[in-house]
Design a protein around this ligand. Structure first.
Ligand SMILES: CC(=O)SCCNC(=O)CCNC(=O)[C@H](O)C(C)(C)COP(=O)(O)OP(=O)(O)OC[C@H]1O[C@@H](n2cnc3c(N)ncnc32)[C@H](O)[C@@H]1OP(=O)(O)O
Length: 406
């Protein structure tokens, strides 16, 4: 035996005392081993004994208490965040969900935006104060460093769908939620930060997304979008509409609304936005309906009726009536007990003129190249004859051909 082990009777810090047989042949090996261990323990020769004292980092009861408290707070936040990020669960909640997010700033391109509402970003992102979004693919990140690294790799120059409209530098892309679920989920998560209604952020397959972009010489940057159900039982032509807050009040919302009615016209349907409308949605739609109905009344030469106006505008009759009332055109004839239209052409002309001045960005129907969605395939996939498609007008494009990801 090279060493003898005994319990120390005096030293309270050491539990065992090891006595070595210095004459043993194994002693030199043990000595070397013990010296190495000693060096590891106290950084002998590097730190003083006081500096090497690790007893200061021992846990105190106060530390344990603080840790338990933090743990219970985190586990409570975790439960709420899970409930909120699950679309099925969140739609079942009747009371407004608690605020599980701590996102205060969203960095988008060169802009910093304050979110208006909470959005069900995954837990590890919603607990950050700052959220960083890639302008092109809408991927979300929680650090500027990661975003810069991502930007070096991100090759997206336009939304991942078919470019169905182009007029100068404005384009609209149709993105299928089933084919591009990640992009569409990212878009919905972004939109949810500015929409109070409970839009489903993860269940994107039943929707088509129409993304309005502006070409800036390098890429098509997103200005706003609207989503539309592929098959809407209620004939809604817009499910959710959003202009990114940094581009609001420049007429893009009106452009998107006008565009949604152009699609309804191509589908030979009457359309209306999904209800309830938000305050801003209501303001925008009322303004558009008023102007569109006024314009139609001015252009009508033959008999004027609510049905005729609906046919010409692709608006449902209810929306036509609300616009006629807002224009003070619809009057009740007490004698005949019927509703009649009293048209003051000058007044209608002023409504149109004012609106056109405010909204220079108008939709050009001839710039649309689109066929309606039918079932699993689009009509364009089924039709062999190119001339059945709506023609695209001759334009001087800054960038090459219409883009398609398919
Ligand atoms: C079916 C649904 O999805 S309803 C939900 C609608 N979406 C939202 O609420 C999301 C947040 N809001 C938005 O994204 C935008 O405000 C939109 C899409 C509603 C409107 O987009 P914008 O690009 O700002 O609209 P645009 O500049 O074309 O203005 C349209 C009209 O809205 C009105 N409007 C828009 N924003 C405001 C505002 N902040 N205050 C007062 N009026 C406003 C204007 O009166 C304008 O009418 P006008 O022609 O009489 O001036």
């Amino acid at each position: 035996m090279p060493a003898e082990v005994a319990v120390s009777p005096t030293d309270t810090k050491s539990l065992l005392v090891i006595k070595f047989d210095v004459k043993s042949v194994y002693y030199e090996n043990y000595k070397k081993l013990l010296l190495d261990l000693e060096c590891e323990k106290t950084f002998v020769g590097v730190l003083t004994e006081e500096e090497a004292d690790t007893s200061l980092t021992d846990l105190t009861p106060n530390d344990t208490q603080l840790f338990d408290k933090a743990k219970s707070v985190v586990s409570r936040t975790k439960d709420v965040a899970h409930a909120f990020s699950d679309p099925v669960l969140s739609s079942q909640l009747h009371a407004p969900p608690p605020q599980p997010t701590s996102i205060r700033n969203v960095y988008f391109g060169n802009y910093r935006v304050k979110p208006w509402y909470t959005s069900p970003y995954p837990e590890e992102y919603s607990c950050s104060r700052n959220l960083y979004l890639c302008e092109s693919c809408l991927k979300y990140m929680n650090s500027d460093y990661v975003l810069q690294r991502h930007r070096m790799k991100c090759a997206w120059r336009h939304p991942p769908g078919d470019e169905i409209y182009r007029d100068q530098n404005i384009s609209v892309f149709e993105v299928d939620g089933q084919r591009q679920p990640i992009y569409c989920q990212n878009l919905c998560l972004l939109a949810k930060m500015f929409l109070q209604s409970k839009i489903l952020c993860y269940d994107v397959e039943p929707f088509l997304f129409y993304i309005m972009t502006e070409y800036d010489g390098a890429s098509c940057k997103i200005l706003g979008y609207f989503s539309k159900e592929k098959r809407s039982a209620s004939n809604y032509n817009v499910s959710c509409i959003l202009t990114l807050p940094i581009y609001q009040r420049r007429g893009y919302g009106a452009f998107l609304i006008e565009f949604s009615y152009l699609l309804s016209k191509a589908e030979r349907k009457f359309g209306s936005p999904e209800k309830p409308l938000s305050d801003l949605g209501l303001l925008s739609y009322r303004s558009y309906w008023r102007k569109r109905v006024a314009e139609t009344l001015l252009s009508m030469r033959s008999s004027v009726s609510i049905e005729n106006i609906a046919q010409a505008t692709s608006m449902v009759c209810d929306d036509v009536i609300s616009a006629l009332e807002a224009l003070s055109v619809l009057k009740y004839d007490m004698k005949k007990k019927i509703y009649v239209l009293h048209v003051d052409k000058m007044k209608l002309y002023h409504v149109c003129k004012k609106w056109d001045e405010k909204h220079p960005q108008r939709v050009k129907p001839t710039s649309l190249r689109w066929t309606p969605y039918i079932g699993e395939a689009k009509i364009s996939d089924l039709l062999l004859q190119e001339d059945i498609l709506l023609p695209l007008s001759n334009q001087n494009h800054v960038y090459e051909g219409l883009c398609s990801n398919y």
